[in-house]
Design a protein around this ligand. Structure first.
Ligand code: HEM
Length: 169
């Protein structure tokens, strides 16, 4: 790699691994507060933590969309795409597609096929940090469950990605 490409990759790693996990972590706290029965389920069966993390990452969808420039003509659904067209891929929409995900708007931590979601993209560009992205909230939830740490929402989130929380001893 020349130094420009090296720096580009470095920035991609820093940016890609920052906002995303921050949002899935705060989003997870919000969803557990909104769905106390799911939090109880996790407390009663801590082995559900990996499943819960995948559900959180689908439900939150930290990156809502990405764009591609079409490299060739093709048809997707009934839509003709021409070479050079700019195509937006709405991961967040795919993640709520009820043709593929049953009861898509429900936050259920032990649902089936939890890893079948589009939050990490699809194909050759699929998120290179996805295993780390799953590991971070997994460790956090494990530590919270072990330490009986209870994080309670104390106000309404005031932005699409902001959660207001307080730690209750
Ligand atoms: C929940 C957390 C994360 C989510 C939802 C996420 C999501 C994504 C998505 C949607 C893409 C684009 C895929 C595409 O272009 O089709 C991507 C790419 C990428 N992600 Fe993540 N990401 C997360 C965490 C991380 C972490 C922790 C790192 C690294 C420390 C990381 C590094 C990258 C890099 C370097 C790319 C570019 C890969 C490429 O174009 O080949 N991501 N991520």
């Amino acid at each position: 790699m020349d130094s420009r490409e090296f720096l580009g990759n470095l920035i991609l790693l820093i940016v890609g691994g920052n906002d995303t996990t921050r949002n899935s972590i705060s989003g997870g706290l919000l969803f557990m507060n909104q769905n106390p029965s799911e939090l109880r389920k996790l407390r009663d069966s801590p082995m559900l933590v990996s499943s819960a993390v995948s559900v959180i990452i689908r439900y939150q969808t930290p990156i809502a969309r990405m764009r591609r420039d079409a490299s060739a003509d093709f048809i997707i659904g009934a839509k003709q795409i021409r070479k050079g067209d700019k195509v937006v891929m709405w991961y967040i929409s795919g993640n709520r597609d009820d043709e593929f995900i049953e009861n898509t708007n429900s936050f259920v931590i032990d649902r089936k096929n939890v890893r079948q979601h589009l939050s990490f993209g699809f194909g050759v560009h699929r998120c290179v940090g996805r295993h780390l992205a799953e590991l971070q909230p997994k460790i956090l939830w494990e530590e919270m469950l072990n330490g009986r740490l209870n994080v309670k929402l104390v106000g309404e989130p005031c932005g699409s990605h902001q959660t207001v929380c307080a730690v209750i001893p």
